[in-house]
Design a protein around this ligand. Structure first.
Ligand code: SG4
Ligand code: ZN
Length: 266
């Protein structure tokens, strides 16, 4: 894997490969998951989420990096099992979303299932515990493990209120805020509903598109209300200009090529 990009300001995903070789390679993310072609892997056991139910001691830093809303974590939560050969520490999470207008809404998830996309997608990024930085992690094909959770429109999710209430403080690119840490567990579906998931080898979905990610996409979506979903494109701007809204910050699906998508046996 080549080096990690430090500036991905180029906004048009089709052109990424001209600047970043790896964005044009054959094991890219996201993908469309075709359920009739996935293979059951009997080793894909339920995950263990260590520290997902422990309140972190340091404040969370929430940031508008111009591409997403990102929360940097104290590296204390860990995932294991799910056939991962090593433990991985949670380093940050961020969201992908679509757009909304008088004409209706368009979905913003990155992955799709049988061509169907969801309103949003949450990515919890984890780094292999024996690797000390993202720059180091992208040199290994399993350096990072990202957990992808679909978000669908439904009931209001009060667990998300403290986070969504912060968005106005990071309305333009480069702004950061501090917030009281939440339990990671409170942001994702109940563990008993996370036994069904898809697994494949892929990449970061932004430049340099490093093929260093063990992807897990869970079947069970998170629910947020329409208003909570709309808060992202309505509040976040992609530059210093508070007129230019950050919408549709997802990469289109990439060819599966000769890869196989596996499904847990639950
Ligand atoms: C977002 O732009 C994050 O803010 C980035 O975080 C992240 O890059 C990037 O998405 C790609 O992540 O799970 N969608 S993804 O493949 O995690 C990394 C940072 O820049 C390296 C730290
Ligand atoms: Zn992402």
């Amino acid at each position: 894997a080549s080096q990690l990009a430090t500036d991905s300001s180029c906004s048009e995903p089709r052109q990424w490969k001209e600047l970043f070789d790896e964005c044009g390679k054959g094991s890219q993310s996201p993908i469309n998951i075709v359920t009739r072609k996935v293979m059951t892997d009997w080793n894909l056991q339920p995950f263990t989420f260590e520290g997902y139910d422990t309140k972190q001691s340091a404040k969370w830093v929430i940031e508008n990096d111009g591409h997403s809303v990102k929360v940097t974590l104290e590296e204390s939560a860990k995932i294991g099992a799910g056939s991962l050969t090593m433990k991985y520490k949670a380093t940050q999470f961020h969201f992908h979303w679509g757009s909304h207008g008088n004409w209706g809404s368009s979905p913003g998830s990155e992955h799709s299932i049988d061509g169907e996309r969801y309103a949003m997608e949450l990515h919890i990024v984890h780094r292999r515990e024996d690797v000390s930085s993202d720059a180091e992690a992208v040199k290994h094909e399993d350096g990072l493990a990202v957990l992808g959770f679909f978000i669908k429109v439904g009931r209001e999710n009060t667990n998300y209120k403290p986070l969504i209430d912060q968005l106005h403080k990071i309305d333009v690119k480069g702004k950061k805020g501090e917030m009281e840490p939440l339990l990671l567990k409170s942001l994702i579906p109940h563990e008993k509903n996370l036994t069904r998931y898809y697994r494949y080898a892929g990449s970061l979905t932004t430049p340099g598109c490093n093929e260093a990610v063990v992807w897990t996409v869970f079947e069970e979506p998170i629910e947020l209300s329409q208003e909570q979903v709309e808060a992202f494109p309505n509040t976040i701007h992609f530059s210093a200009n508070p007129l230019l809204r950050l919408t549709d910050n997802f990469r289109p699906v990439q060819p599966l090529g000769n890869r196989t998508v596996y499904k847990s046996n639950a």
